[in-house]
Design a protein around this ligand. Structure first.
Ligand SMILES: Cc1ncc(C[n+]2csc(CCOP(=O)(O)OP(=O)(O)O)c2C)c(N)n1
Length: 313
């Protein structure tokens, strides 16, 4: 599928999930609107590489929905049977899907970093060529667990790309109250590895930066890739950002909407016509309509499956 179509589908899914929350049909969601170019750009690089293992975080809809049908995404958000991560038993799209080489077992901020580093150590010990990409926000970068993970990865030169999606907010706390540096990437130096900064609103730039980072991680060691993004929506469906964020600020950041700018760029370059762009968005909407119906019609998981996915021998 063309990357524009993929991004259009993710946007349509995200908007619908938010609306379904307001109807009481989805318990909670963290929107990825504004993060799509960073998530998809790095995912495309990982897909192109073919030997990556991903540890996404709760905001990574574009990553965690890759390879799923829109209906499977809805099963997960509605807590229905058929959710490929946890059969509807966990937070949406949370758990492990080893067939797609993805793990996100927790919403505890920064927890994924130590899991990812442990996985990367295992890969290195087995002389496996896997590169691990672990995703987190700017707020997570100020957690103690991030220090532990990055320090360990630096000492053992593990094949990890630390991908920070910096949207400048940790819920209501702005970046300037979380850290005294402008670039999260600058923190890599303290652990003995490189930091890269990319414009997270630009798909091509994120793709190129992630390609470089994956290559570096495989041959040299860890790298901290910071992608500067914008959060268009409140922190989650439970948050009201009007209490701490001026309306004008949100309007301003929406001018750089990655879906609109990617569409304009592809039309300018003659890769797509405006009619194809419009058609891609209409098709995405239709796919999400069908997925919503499938999600609503699907059963909740059987009581007998309560302990599935908890322990394995
Ligand atoms: C250890 C821990 N502390 C606090 C929380 C509550 N919490 C959930 S998300 C969040 C903010 C995280 O912000 P950031 O890492 O910048 O990611 P973003 O949500 O902005 O993408 C907080 C404080 C949590 N889940 N885990």
């Amino acid at each position: 599928m063309l990357c524009y179509n993929r991004m259009a589908l993710v946007r349509a899914l995200d908007e619908r999930i938010w609306a379904l929350n307001r109807q009481g049909k989805v318990p909670i969601a963290a929107s990825c609107q504004g993060h799509e170019a960073a998530q998809l750009g790095s995912l495309l690089a990982a897909e192109k590489d073919g030997d990556c293992f991903l540890f996404p975080y709760y905001r990574d809809l574009a990553i965690k929905s890759a390879g799923l049908t829109p209906a499977q995404v809805m099963f997960s958000f509605m807590g229905k049977a058929g959710d490929p991560f946890s059969n509807g038993r966990q937070f949406p799209l949370q758990g492990a899907d080893l067939s797609r080489r993805m793990i996100q077992t927790s919403n505890v901020v920064a927890a994924g970093l130590t899991h990812a580093v442990g996985y990367a150590l295992g890969c290195k010990m087995l002389r496996d060529k896997t590169v691990v990409l672990v995703y987190f926000g700017d707020g997570a970068s100020s957690q103690g667990e991030t220090h532990e993970a990055m320090n360990f990865a630096g000492v053992h030169k593990l094949p990890v790309v630390f991908v920070c999606e910096n949207n400048h907010y940790a819920i209501s706390v702005p970046q300037r109250k979380q850290m005294a540096v402008d670039d999260v990437a600058s923190r890599g130096a303290a652990y003995g590895f490189a930091g890269l900064v990319a414009d997270g609103m630009d798909l091509a730039q994120c793709y190129e930066a992630a390609r470089e980072a994956i290559d570096h991680a495989r041959h040299t060691g860890p790298v901290l890739l910071e992608m500067k993004v914008e959060r268009f929506m409140p922190h989650t469906t439970d948050d009201d950002d009007r209490r701490y964020r001026p309306k004008e600020e949100v309007e301003k950041v929406r001018e750089r909407d990655p879906l609109l700018t990617l569409g304009q760029y592809l039309v300018q370059q003659g890769v797509m016509t405006q009619a194809q762009v419009d058609e891609a968005r209409a098709q995405a909407q239709q796919a999400v309509d069908q997925a919503t119906e499938a999600g609503e019609a699907a059963p909740f998981p059987e009581a007998a499956t309560l302990f599935d996915h908890i322990y394995t021998l």
